[in-house]
Design a protein around this ligand. Structure first.
Ligand SMILES: C[S@@+](CC[C@H](N)C(=O)[O-])C[C@H]1O[C@@H](n2cnc3c(N)ncnc32)[C@H](O)[C@@H]1O
Length: 426
């Protein structure tokens, strides 16, 4: 098929350009909204084409010069060449459209809460290693783009990248996870299918750095980020994170949001909406290591957190102790099953609920239970506006959507986080 000129009108869920041709949608391999490109159609399906950009004929007025020297090849970020204000607007519009088209909800959406400087924010990155070289994969490929620094990662993480690049043991490693806490202390996890070699040659360079903990993780699965076992190679068992005045112990397996300042905005929005009082019984579903649960417990009466990962629940319990919070209980299991049990076996009821599910959203069984419990208020946090909108369609039987607040947690990427506040209608 011959090449054609296309005007990019949107992004798809992977941050790739979208155009229209011949009454069909065209998914391009790259591009910015407003670009006119010459493209080659490489796939022709019933409802859409896929195409490869040959060259950009006319640059969008919203194009900016990327501050990252790797952005032409690296697949880590989607929007480094897209004006930041436009990124925030696109995210708000995406939430609005999903709510209306998928959820049938017409509620106003607040402007996306962005960052003043959308760089150097990530407190946790995972780098790939190939032939002893460190970097990220190219977009849609397993080809490594070697890097010396990552513009969205925090400063100490970048210092560690420089140290690791000169280490002759990198060849024994498949991926490296580097996490920095609020004090600038760093934890490294080397994921390997065998064992980490020549660690003793790295050690002298770590002594003068802010690295306080190093672990080896054996992972042969090829699927999951980490295998089950972590072996400490150096330093502490955990690092401590601080959030809105509470402390959280992070072991190498603990999940923690990657953008500290934006997480505070996100959690504050979700908790403020609930207007918690000490007469309230709060349920935090999908609670992870108990961050929101413990923050909610400061103002609520009784609080229960539910999470499927046993290790996270152990962390959550330790975090409750660390912060001397004793009005919370953490239960390990599937939200959809545990809530039913709490209602039936313990005759518990909850008047306020926080939901923070993975990208797949809530299952219908749980939504039915929520509609049975009829809490006064629900704060629903989501990292996928489409599944959130799908769930709101069902919840809107009994709830009005009274707050929609997108928060830019993953600046310069296509990912969107949003908080929806629901009030019971009757
Ligand atoms: C988006 S994270 C939210 C974590 C936490 N609220 C936070 O902000 O750190 C979603 C969490 O849901 C957990 N999860 C996934 N499916 C679950 C289920 N069916 N029941 C309970 N928890 C589940 C995951 O393990 C993960 O910790």
């Amino acid at each position: 098929m011959k090449n054609m000129k296309l005007k990019i009108i949107d992004f798809d869920y992977k941050g790739r350009g979208v155009a229209k041709y011949d009454n069909k949608t065209v998914f391009l391999d790259r591009g910015i909204i407003g670009d006119t490109v010459e493209a080659e159609i490489i796939g022709d399906k019933k409802n859409y084409y896929t195409a490869k950009v040959i060259e950009t004929v006319d640059n969008s007025k919203d194009r900016t010069k990327s501050k990252c020297i790797y952005s032409k090849s690296c697949g880590g970020c989607d929007f480094l060449e897209y004006d930041y204000k436009k990124q925030l607007l696109w995210k708000k519009t995406k939430v609005e459209n999903d709510l209306r088209r998928i959820g049938g909800v017409d509620s106003p959406v607040n402007d996306t809460l962005g960052m003043k400087t959308p760089y150097r924010y990530r407190n946790n990155i995972q780098l790939k290693v190939q032939d002893g070289k460190l970097g990220y994969y190219k977009k849609n490929s397993r080809e490594l783009v070697e890097i010396n620094e990552c513009i969205i990662a925090k400063d100490e993480i970048n210092n560690v990248i420089k140290i690791l690049k000169n280490w002759n043991g990198l060849k024994s490693v498949n991926t490296v996870s580097i996490r920095e806490n609020y004090l600038g202390e760093v934890m490294i996890v080397f994921v390997t299918s065998g064992e980490v070699k020549k660690f003793n040659t790295l050690l002298p360079n770590l002594i003068d750095s802010k690295v306080v903990a190093v672990f080896e993780n054996k992972n042969t699965s090829g699927h999951y980020r980490f295998g089950k076992k972590f072996k400490k190679l150096y330093g502490e068992e955990f690092i401590t994170e601080e959030l809105l005045g509470l402390k959280f112990k992070l072991s190498p397996r603990s999940f923690f949001q990657v953008n500290h300042s934006q997480t505070e905005k996100l959690y504050n929005t979700a908790i403020d909406f609930l207007d918690l009082k000490n007469s309230d019984t709060l349920l935090d579903l999908y609670c992870g290591i108990g961050t929101i649960t413990l923050l909610g417990a400061k103002n609520a009466g009784e609080v229960v957190g539910v999470e499927i990962v046993e290790d996270a629940i152990e962390d959550a319990r330790e975090n409750a102790e660390l912060n001397n919070i004793d009005n919370v209980r953490f239960i390990c299991g599937k939200s959809e099953e545990i809530v039913e049990k709490l209602l039936e076996d313990e005759n518990l009821s909850f008047n306020k609920i926080i939901l923070d599910p993975p990208r797949t959203g809530l299952n219908e069984e749980l939504i039915e239970t929520l509609l049975k419990i009829e809490p006064e208020k629900i704060s629903y946090i989501s990292c996928n506006p489409s599944t959130q909108a799908r769930d709101l369609k069902l919840l809107s039987e009994k709830y009005s959507v009274d707050l929609v607040q997108p928060v830019d947690m993953f600046c310069n990427s296509v990912h969107i986080e949003s908080v929806v506040g629901l009030n019971r209608k009757i």
